[in-house]
Design a protein around this ligand. Structure first.
Ligand SMILES: [Zn+2]
Length: 368
């Protein structure tokens, strides 16, 4: 059989990435990034117009890549809820709130003339971490400008009628001063513990205690709290600055509570963390989250079990691309590639080499 080549895409609010995935080697290459022609560029354009524009852009990018690489199918990870049939129900970060559902998979299949799979980006990312039919259950959590999650269990991503995977909109605070979520709600986990939420919390803490802020790594790097950035915040946490660490801890407590609830409800014991902000903080993020989980005392687990709950994902932003490729491979035969799982995983996995030739993602690039 000839080697298969899939064109894979990850469509986010700011960046549209296209790459070539080869299932036989489980490799991603030739990654190209371009700004998404959506609401980030044209905030005042009607949703219907932006929908057409973005779908047209995806089709054009995919067409070029299919021709260039000789691809036989296209897998598209999309930042928004998507039905099993590849119909996009909404994409607020891409074309704004509202708008009719878009039958993206059908439209693109017709235009491209090859099999097309369209899937939610976090659901796509899940498949990067599924190494075979025996993969134990896990919950993938993404911490970037917002928070999202998906639970994998027994060969499928758990959703019920479009519900599920929305821990970011789980309400932690109900007081009137609770921070506003990008969905319009208040006090949601995503408004508190996301990169954006933590940045707002760090700025507020800096205004509230100016002397402590000035003496911190944050104050040294950025004298004015209102000009603080996620990059500076993440670096300060990595360097164990107490002020910055305190800000993150306050955000990790509700996340730990959410994780404990998921564990208590369904027993899943692996929580893999991806997303630009968590990646920028690195292993320290998992360590601090694990500390908060110990405070919560997860029912039925001993301390050594709790130490194994949180795992960091790969330190790149290729989850949607590789996941879409692996999902396509699964749907078109030869189910699973050779999954390289990063250090910090449980000892039951043999790391295989994983060749990635592409540009490295930046924290800024992942923000929606
Ligand atoms: Zn929300």
């Amino acid at each position: 059989m000839a080697e298969r080549r899939f064109v894979v895409m990850d469509v986010g609010g700011t960046t549209l990435r296209t790459g070539l995935y080869r299932p036989e080697g489980d490799t991603l290459e030739a990654v190209r990034r371009t700004p998404t022609s959506g609401i980030a560029i044209d905030p005042d354009t009607p949703v219907r117009v932006l929908q057409e524009r973005v779908i047209g852009q995806i089709a054009a990018e995919a067409e070029t890549a299919l021709r260039r690489h000789g691809g036989s199918a296209a897998g598209i990870a999309f930042a928004g809820p998507v039905t099993d049939a590849g119909c996009v129900l909404g994409a607020p970060t891409i074309w704004g709130a509202g708008g009719d559902p878009v039958a993206a998979a059908d439209l693109l299949r017709e235009r491209l003339g090859v099999p097309v799979v369209v899937v939610n980006d976090v659901a796509a990312a899940v498949w990067r971490y599924v190494r075979g039919p025996e993969e134990p259950p896990f919950c993938l959590i993404t911490v970037s400008s917002g928070i999202g999650n998906k639970v994998y269990w027994g060969g499928r991503v758990l959703l019920d009628g479009g519900h599920g995977g929305e821990l970011g909109h789980w309400t932690w605070r109900t007081d009137p001063a609770a921070p506003r979520c990008d969905c319009g709600g208040r006090g949601h986990l995503g408004a508190i513990a996301s990169g954006r939420g933590l940045l707002a919390a760090a700025r507020a803490a800096g205004e509230a205690d100016a002397p402590a802020y000035r003496a911190s790594a944050l104050g040294l790097a950025c004298p004015r709290p209102d000009q603080l950035t996620n990059e500076i915040l993440a670096l300060a946490i990595r360097s164990r600055d107490p002020f910055a660490t305190g800000v993150l801890r306050a955000g990790l407590r509700p996340l730990a509570s959410a994780i404990t609830s998921v564990f208590c409800a369904i027993g899943v014991r692996r929580f893999r963390i991806i997303g630009g902000f968590a990646r920028a903080v690195g292993q320290r993020y998992a360590d601090l989250l694990t500390e908060c989980l110990h405070e919560n005392d997860c029912f039925g687990l001993d301390p050594a079990d709790i130490d194994r709950l949180v795992l960091m994902g790969h330190a790149d932003d290729d989850h949607g691309l590789i996941g879409a490729g692996r999902l396509l491979a699964r749907e078109t035969g030869n189910a699973y590639g050779s999954g390289h799982i990063p250090a910090g995983d449980t000892g039951d996995v043999r790391n295989t080499s994983h060749v990635l030739a592409h540009d490295s993602g930046s924290l800024a690039g992942e923000r929606a």
